[in-house]
Ligand binder design. Structure first.
Ligand code: AKG
Ligand code: FE2
Length: 312
């Protein structure tokens, strides 16, 4: 595997930073609740922008304590089996416990389904990537006790052309249901960026930069020093077809999702050109042809457009 080595020095430095990074600016975005009912906008949330391209933003107060309790009930309590992903020869990269909440487990009217849809809707809006609904993966619930951590990694491929494979991971959203009393922050190692979330905040980041999967979003979870942390993560792909069948999320329908007013304009043609619509894929199902490499990805955040997410 040509997996690049991650820089533990950078990572340790960002984890040791005394305070969190200061966002470049704060914008406003709808909370996505209108997916659930009558299309009216129920509230606007503050979104701290740490980076524009690829986007790294923190949605303040996204989840309520009740949302998180419902999640926990649905998965019968926090995971306790250690999930030690040890891809690296030099040792573990992840020490935490996790389990997946499959979409199929949720009833159509279930609050958790609304919750997951809200994560999806805001991720699309804030990254500007027109991710199809079937390309959002199962919710992953992860718990970190004292000493648990997730060393520097990329959620998708670190670097390389976003065109090389169909259905690459392109974005992540993480809801912090419980934050540690000390430690446990999320750092973007090469950016010297330390995100210090509060309970209920949601971190959203995309990986695309000039048609490439950026290494700038390499990130880590710092060790928990005191207390406990648990999060709900949802990863997103450019297309759903490459997901394992049991992980393909058929609901909500695109129609349901599109109901949510997008805060960012995007260029659907550019997306298709980048990620290989069937016309530009090779016959063998190999990498999509580079037919339109100059198309721009819609990844600039605009504070103006974020002001107008309410329909009423
Ligand atoms: O726990 C964190 O802060 C980061 C988690 C993470 O990187 C992931 O779930 O992919
Ligand atoms: Fe990650």
């Amino acid at each position: 595997m040509n997996c690049p080595r991650f820089d533990e020095t950078l990572r340790n430095a960002s984890c040791r930073a005394v305070s969190g990074s200061i966002p470049r600016r704060t914008i406003r975005a709808g909370d996505g609740r209108d997916l659930a009912n009558d299309g009216s906008c129920q509230s606007q949330l503050n979104v701290e922008v740490f980076r524009d391209t690829p986007p790294i933003v923190l949605v303040k107060g996204f989840a309520t304590v009740e949302d998180c309790e419902k999640l926990l009930n649905q998965v019968d309590g926090l995971p306790s089996a250690p999930a030690k992903a040890s891809g690296a020869a030099e040792g573990f990269i992840r020490r935490s416990s996790s389990k997946n909440l499959d979409w199929e487990m949720l009833h159509p009217t279930d609050d958790l389904r609304v919750f997951k849809s809200r994560m999806f809707a805001l991720t699309r809006n804030l990254t500007g990537y027109p991710i199809p609904s079937e390309a959002s993966e199962a919710l992953n619930i992860a718990a970190y006790g004292i000493g648990d951590e997730y060393r520097a990694h990329c959620d998708g491929r670190c670097g390389g052309s976003a065109l090389d494979r169909h259905g690459e991971r392109v974005a992540t959203s993480i809801v912090y249901c419980e934050v540690a009393a000390l430690g446990g922050h999320t750092t973007f190692t090469s950016q010297h960026l330390k995100v210090v979330p509060q309970q209920g905040d949601m971190l959203v980041f995309g990986y695309l930069e000039d048609g490439r999967l950026s290494r700038e979003v390499e990130h880590s979870a710092c060790p928990v020093v005191a207390g406990r942390k648990w999060i709900a993560t949802q990863w997103y792909r450019s297309h759903g077809e490459k997901l394992q069948p049991q992980r393909v999320l058929a609901k909500p329908s695109d129609e349901e999702v599109w109901k949510y007013p997008r805060t960012l304009a995007y260029d659907a043609d550019a997306w298709e050109a980048r990620f290989g619509s069937r016309q530009v894929s090779t016959e063998s199902g190999g990498p999509a042809a580079r037919t339109n490499d100059t198309a721009l990805m819609p990844n600039e955040l605009s504070s103006v457009s974020h002001e107008s997410t309410c329909k009423n």
